[in-house]
Design a protein around this ligand. Sequence first.
Ligand code: C2E
Ligand code: CA
Ligand code: CA
Length: 250
Amino acid sequence: DETFFLVMQPIVPIDDASKKLKFEMLLRMRSESGGLIRPDKFIPAAEETGLIVELGRWILHAAAREVANWPRPVRLSVNVSALQFELGDIIADVRSALAQSGLPPERLQVEITESLLVTETSHVTEKLRVLRTEGVGIALDDFGTGYSSLSYLGRLPVDTIKIDQSFVRGLPGDGEASAIIRAVLMLSESLGKHVVAEGIENQDQAWLLRLAGCKTGQGYFFSRPGPAEDIVVKLLAAEHDRLSTVMRMG
Ligand code: C2E
Ligand code: CA
Ligand code: CA
């Protein structure tokens, strides 16, 4: 498909961003004139028309195929729309993407938003539970912007909580944002869930988050989303640098 393509953004340990743990796949669309259209513009339209179900299936397959044959066994995280749970058969789509690419389920994570869990709860959580049983990771995206209560979080089949970038943006000045981040970190730790802070744009934010106990982050400060080819080249180059340093020291 030429109008749609995927870019990837690394998710990294805040104290060692050279280690790329995972890559979030982000959809891009090229307009007829060749310009780029952001997903905030076209995803809502694709949801309105129901096209998102087919598009979402393509994303899963394309993403899995992309990384399955990389020279390093990276993990990927794919955004999934609520409609893929409601109108589509998300379980069948995930299974076929894994089967056709040969990607092990442990290397796939799906990202869902909080709002998905507010409506039709039991039905959606049941599907999430099936995916998780099969080894696929589940991340709760944009956390803090929805309405789910914190106590509810413990009962959800979710491994990872992604703190919404609106809270990170407020750092270091915004005391309220920083209080919320601390509360989410504390709660997640007691519930045994991983936390990723999104939208880290500068050193101060990275430093403060690390100080607050957040181990993992994502944002322009570490890397902007980019095409797969560039990412593979950088991964191999970084590894080469590390190896030659070790050899020089050894
Ligand atoms: P999201 O899932 O919260 O993705 C993170 C967004 O933040 C991405 O925008 C990313 O480029 C941007 N971002 C990353 N680091 C920074 C930073 O340091 N500062 C700032 N200001 N922004 C940062 P993008 O790619 O435009 O995607 C926007 C939204 O569109 C996504 O938000 C997601 O909800 C949706 N989306 C993207 N790709 C897909 C997809 O394949 N399927 C579905 N269903 N939704 C998608
Ligand atoms: Ca996301
Ligand atoms: Ca997000």
